[in-house]
Design a protein around this ligand. Sequence first.
Ligand SMILES: [Zn+2]
Ligand SMILES: [Zn+2]
Length: 816
Amino acid sequence: MKPLPKEFKVLQIEEKWQKRWEEMGIYRFDWKDRKRSTYVIDTPPPYPSGDFHMGNVLNWTYFDIVARYKRMRGFNVLFPQGWDCHGLPTEVETEKEHNIKKREVPPDHFVKLCEQLTSKYIDVMKDSIKRLAISVDWTTEYKTMNPDFWRRTQLSFILLHKKDLIYQGTYPINWCPRCETAIADAEVEHETKQGTLHYIKFKLEDGDHLTIATTRPELLPACVTVAVNPHDERYKQHIGKTIAVPTANRKVKIITDDLVDPTFGTGVVMICTYGDKADVKCTKQHKLPVIMAINEKGEMNKNAGKYAGLTIQQAKEAIVEDLKKQGLIEKTEPLQQEIGVCWRCDTPIEILEQKQWFMKTRMLTPLVEKNALEITWYPDYMKKRLIDWAKSLDWDWVISRQRIFATPIPIWYCKKCEHIILAEPDWVPIDPRTEPPKIDKCPKCGSTNFKPETDVLDTWFDSSISCAVHAGWPDKKDWQRLFPADLHPSGYDIIRTWAYYLMVRHLALFNQKPYKGCLINGMVLGTDGRMMHKSLGNYVAAPEVLDKYGADAARQWSATGGATGSDIPFRWPDVEYAWRFLIKLWNATRFASLHLQDYTPTKKEVKLELIDRWLLSKLNRVTQKTTEALDTCQFNIAMEEVRNFTWHQLCDSYIEAIKHRLYKPETYGEEKRKAAQHTLYTAIYRTSQLLAPVSPHITEEIYQLMYAEDKKPKSIHISPWPTPQKIDEEAEKYGDLLVAVIGEIRREKSEKRLPLNTFIKKLTIYAGSNKSAHILKQAIGDIAGTCKTEKIQILPKKGEGREVQGYTNVRYTANY
Ligand SMILES: [Zn+2]
Ligand SMILES: [Zn+2]
């Protein structure tokens, strides 16, 4: 056993172990092992943005704690790591970096540039992940942009297509005019913005008019009907008549629809192609014509007549101007309205009707709900988010995107007869944009001319098969052995995407849920309690924290910040507290290591003092509580238990109460010294083990210096998790009294500003009962040694003097 060095050089220790762990290979999943039970974590492949913020620190720490804990529990842990590479932000950034437009360079060239950027960011993030000591098995690393992953994504497309769960069709979809791509409901965010409600006069045939209220006058060219509520008495006489759409030179019918809110504006609304989802519903229900007036770039098209070519905003201004000139604007008023914006660029989304590829997700909603209810959620209430989201979906999942850096859709079309040619499973990976289908002629018409599908797949279509991919699908014959995953971790903000898409896709493909448990983390709030954001000035970058206090303290902050699933504020004092705790542990352990130099662990029975038995029983109690907390992913509870035990019971009470035995065996006896050594040796090892999943570096350093020689495992992180032994209720009860008495005497000394080693000439303890006197007499040596008494007397009667906190009958007098 080596003594710990005086200084706890955190950054040095952390770097050393990160390297060594990788060399030791202790995080590798053993594919050949058939004995141990497996534990599979569906690590969400992050999007390589190059940024690693405190939110990442929080959620990565959560699932790394689970991985480390399960490894110590003896599981063969599969903790893989992938990268969800494809994405619009990368395309946008690549365009910016090289000052190009993606459609103006050859697609394969553009893809290369995107890959370079992605690889650069992966390296940055990988460093951060290693720096945080995330115990992933790097031999499992995969990138969704690699053809080998395309193969899996494309195969899943083919299988779903063959199952008739994928279709192509012309339907309304969410569209970002800036990004020029379809986006799914899950990618639409809702913002409240200040708009203007325009009251516009529509002329009736009899020369009179109705006034309709709209925030989007630019959609007048797309107006297909005017609607009122069927129960609105004010407009009964107009129903079924025609009315002229201003600026559009068109007459439309006045219809009734229950969806019209009579209290909004005038109670008369226009239905357009498409202002919102209500327009879509109304158009479908009443079989109204579709007149699209906005194109993919967010400009007015030829259906907008004289406004064609203008942007949406320009058209709005021009139309309002024209209406004013014609005296058709009755009034305007400001309106707070909720609008859908693109998750990536904040541009208001439009609803366009377009030919796209869809996956039939809505029909799976009952199955999603059934499986969501079968899963263990940490915390439980989060399952509602998934179920509510699935039930709220109006549309199927639009999976095609009009982008370049993504997995190609394995489809071609016959140029002559438009027949769809779907790739066969053994053709993939394949890029139809550069490769022809592997057939001689169109099976329908015999033509040999094909054109590729140039649309690509939504990024979520790549990453939503991760549970099967991690398990080895489709290459490993026995991949079902590792499927479903035991745990899927996620932030609550992406339950509607990640957790949902995983669920719906695996159910569709394999008719099985993808994960058995779902671990949810909250968001990290800024130093001021608001959402952490660079623009709010409350942003703290992860490297700033790691450079100052190291990963062990940062991880502790993650674990203790709040209940699992709740939002957690970032506060420097919390990290500092974690850091001080580590120093405390280091110093206590160093003290122990110096006094354990001549100690050899023994299996023989050791004769223990009351306070030794007290500590060991408390140790079993904390082991039990920590184990229960970790089993249910309550990291804050686990960590509080370990910290309280270490700080108060081990350091403040126990170590102080046995120092005399360690220092002076000639006075107190060799056997009592051995008992203290045995207790310290056991307690520090156990504490390090309990702390290892949260703070892996310091615990490994302690283990390697003090325990590795004696214990078999080459790392604390694969040492067997301790099984709590019997709790000694009596030792705890009696020990609590002893600790209270010693604590009270020490408190009095410090209140009197006396050094703690000040001698008490005479200490008289009035135990208040025979029982208490008997207990305290058993420990008279430790009381005398710790409190430095020259003469000590323990009497069973009640007496005068200072009361011991928590024990109203126990008092003492001390003469200095
Ligand atoms: Zn956008
Ligand atoms: Zn054909």
